[in-house]
Design a protein around this ligand. Structure first.
Ligand code: COA
Ligand code: AMP
Length: 636
């Protein structure tokens, strides 16, 4: 139960002692069509469901409810686009009308409750409109990040089997226009379950050619569209599918429910971010990632805040003062971005001189997530802005933070390198490989004791077995996060990195296994490995190590450029693979498994021991030597 003045400890303890009462209390704050009677249930597949029998519509909670409360004139969404020079603001009433009409456009294409809609769009307000319109119909959106190539889009289309796809003619990156339509056309050609129709927003920077009997012009369709009402869904019905990288080449479709998502996100806005209705929240991310779903779109609107949709970068659009300009102009109270963005700003403006040009008095806290917040970036941002900098740790799978410093409840002292303490609802424990709980400061696998709080995934789209095997089977009774780390004597959590083949490049989660599948398709490559090497700007960058087939004749520079192009073509520019080395052999076990962990340890200049199962011990030192010569051993 909520007390009048909760401390971190009282709030957290209540959430783990009595999760059902705790979340039932938080759920009371939301405008349900029918309030949930069952709080936490388990279905026939063993899926844990929060508020399954509630009736709601997430779009209603995010827009219509606020209009009904008389707050229709408040700004809901601010669009600021330094790459096009455009700025605009939309009230809750305007967003409601826009979304209600676009829902009709989708409805005209046959989209109804439960159907999937793939959204492949840049950072423009229409992306938010498309997401909310899908939710309004009780349909399920699946947003694909614009930096992914056609093949990645095709894989997601085939898995989600959408009825419609919504896109724009182009996205705009630093000094370049990226045409989206050719990638959409190519993806649809590759897909086995293509959508019946494609809705295209034509942008001034580029006009896309339309395919007859399939493509619909967004603007034209809107001219005749009529506003539609919100379709009630059950609490456990899916709101969206968001694909994320796992250890294999096939991305995992994380399924988010409607009710648990709304409850957790609404709670997080006050508890984690200290936001109240009317405050301005800015997550400088992209709607293609979970941060964008949760904190550009849903959470700020569920709470009645104003959200900023920023189409630009932290630097070069036009300079490293971009974040401070936006924060001043819109009186942003909470800014949330990835550490890599602040590393980029620091590189361009090391003394923080541009910060002095702006009035940041309204900015209360800066939040960072998406990758480990390295202590120098934490200290630089704190010192130069004079604001509290809050590291918080989370995953696509949870949809909100697992560990954080609860600025809306009690700000605890910050420890550099730590995401502070578990967020209410998450019983975080450190386990050894046998599932035994480890003591303070002992490093192991980070696991969360079940039940998970609301909003966390409870299945993988179309593959429940993958969910169980990937997350629940390693430590029975726990959700395995895939991250390693430790909890110190004060209960602070230190997340040290992934224990699997996932890497984090500029705050973007990517699979080295998937990149290996692409490189292995090259004619000259017998076997290969992709490892994440520490990078001063992007946190990690992928590097390919390739062993040539017998008799293959190819120069290092030629192979590298071909492999780099293959990754850009098959995964996308966002993968940032720029270096691929020919090596004589890779360290493997006798059973033929490449020792990826060992390669990572070499790259991070960590002490390593050569396992007894290794096939050829000399291969390790040989490879370490090659990596050192090529600048791939990075000492912090
Ligand atoms: N659509 C199309 N292409 C995209 C894209 C998009 N939405 N986003 C990135 N790309 C492309 C870029 O143009 C670049 O292509 P290039 O190799 O041809 O130049 C490539 O993908 C890599 O992009 P990026 O990782 O953004 O690197 P960058 O050097 O352009 O910018 C930073 C560096 C640090 C400024 C940038 O990575 C950044 O802002 N990071 C923050 C990330 C973030 O917010 N993550 C969300 C998690 S919270
Ligand atoms: P994503 O699913 O894209 O949000 O990526 C989740 C992964 O990013 C986590 O499993 C971590 O490895 C990493 N991550 C996110 N936030 C943090 C953080 N604050 N500290 C350390 N790692 C983080």
């Amino acid at each position: 139960m909520t007390t009048t003045n909760p401390t971190y400890q009282s709030e957290y303890q209540a959430s783990v002692d009595s999760p059902v009462d705790f979340w039932a209390d938080k759920a009371c704050a939301l405008p349900w069509f029918k309030a949930p009677s069952a709080k936490l249930t388990t279905d026939e597949n063993g899926q844990q469901l929060w508020f399954a029998d509630a009736k709601l519509n997430t779009c209603y909670m995010a827009l219509d409810h606020h209009v009904k409360q008389g707050r229709g004139d408040q700004v809901a969404v601010i669009y600021d686009s330094p790459v096009t020079g455009q700025k605009a603001q939309y009230s809750y009433a305007q967003m409601q009308e826009w979304v209600a009409k676009f829902a009709d456009v989708l409805q005209q294409q046959g989209v109804s409750k439960g159907d999937r809609v793939v959204i492949y769009m840049p950072m423009i307000v229409e992306a938010v409109v498309a997401m909310l319109a899908t939710a309004r119909l009780g349909a399920v959106h699946s947003v694909v990040f614009g930096g992914f190539a056609a093949a990645e889009l095709a894989v997601r289309i085939d898995d989600a089997k959408p009825k419609a796809l919504v896109t724009a003619s182009c996205g705009i990156e630093i000094n370049k226009v990226i045409e989206y339509k050719p990638m959409v056309d190519q993806a649809i050609e590759m897909a086995e379950s293509p959508p019946q129709s494609v809705v295209i927003l034509q942008r001034a920077e580029c006009q896309a050619a339309l395919v007859a009997n399939r493509d619909i012009d967004w603007q034209q369709a809107m001219q005749t569209a009529e506003p539609t009402e919100c379709v009630p869904v059950a609490g456990s019905d899916p709101l969206y599918i968001l694909y994320t990288s796992g250890t294999t080449g096939k991305p995992k479709g994380v399924v988010r429910d409607n009710a648990g998502h709304a409850v957790a996100l609404h709670y997080s806005m006050s508890a984690v971010y200290d936001m109240q209705p009317g405050d301005v929240f800015w997550a400088a991310s992209d709607v293609g990632w979970v941060v964008g779903h949760s904190y550009i779109v849903y959470a700020p609107l569920l709470k009645g805040c104003t959200t900023v949709v920023y189409e630009g970068k932290p630097i070069k659009t036009p300079d490293a003062g971009a974040f401070w300009r936006v924060a001043e102009k819109y009186k942003v109270k909470a800014l949330f971005a990835a550490p890599t963005a602040f590393r980029a700003i620091r590189k361009e403006d090391p003394n923080g001189e541009l910060i002095q040009d702006y009035d940041l008095s309204q900015l209360k806290n800066i939040f960072m997530a998406g990758e480990r917040l390295d202590p120098p970036t934490l200290e630089w941002t704190q010192n130069k802005t004079g604001k509290p900098v809050i590291d918080h740790w989370w995953q696509t799978e949870t949809g909100w933070s697992i560990a954080a410093n609860l600025t809306g409840i009690e700000l605890l002292p910050v420890k550099a390198g730590s995401a502070t303490r578990p967020v209410p609802g998450f019983d975080v424990q450190i386990l050894d490989e046998n599932g035994e709980q480890l003591g303070a400061n002992e490093q192991g696998a980070i696991a969360i004791k079940l039940p998970l709080p609301p909003s966390c995934l409870n299945t993988i789209w179309g593959d429940h077995q993958r969910y169980q095997e990937g997350y629940l089977s390693q430590f029975p009774g726990y959700y395995c996060t895939g991250d390693g780390g430790y909890i110190d004597e004060d209960g602070y959590l230190f997340v040290m990195g992934r224990t699997d083949d996932v890497i984090n490049v500029a705050g973007h989660r990517l699979s080295t296994g998937e990149m290996e599948e692409v490189l292995a398709a090259h004619d000259a490559v017998a076997e290969c490995s992709v490892i994440g090497v520490p990078d001063g700007l992007k946190g990690q960058v992928p590097v390919g190590l390739a062993v040539l087939k017998n008799g293959a004749e190819i120069q290092q520079s030629e192979l590298q450029s071909e492999l780099v192009s293959m990754i850009r073509r098959d995964i996308g520019a966002v993968a940032c693979l720029k270096q691929a080395l020919i090596v004589p052999r890779l360290p493997k076990t006798r059973s033929g498994k490449i020792l990826r962990k060992l390669l990572r340890q070499i790259a991070e200049a960590q002490p390593y021991t050569i396992p007894s199962t290794i096939d050829d011990p000399a291969s390790v030192d040989e490879l370490a030597g090659i990596m050192e010569e090529n600048g791939l051993v990075v000492r912090e």
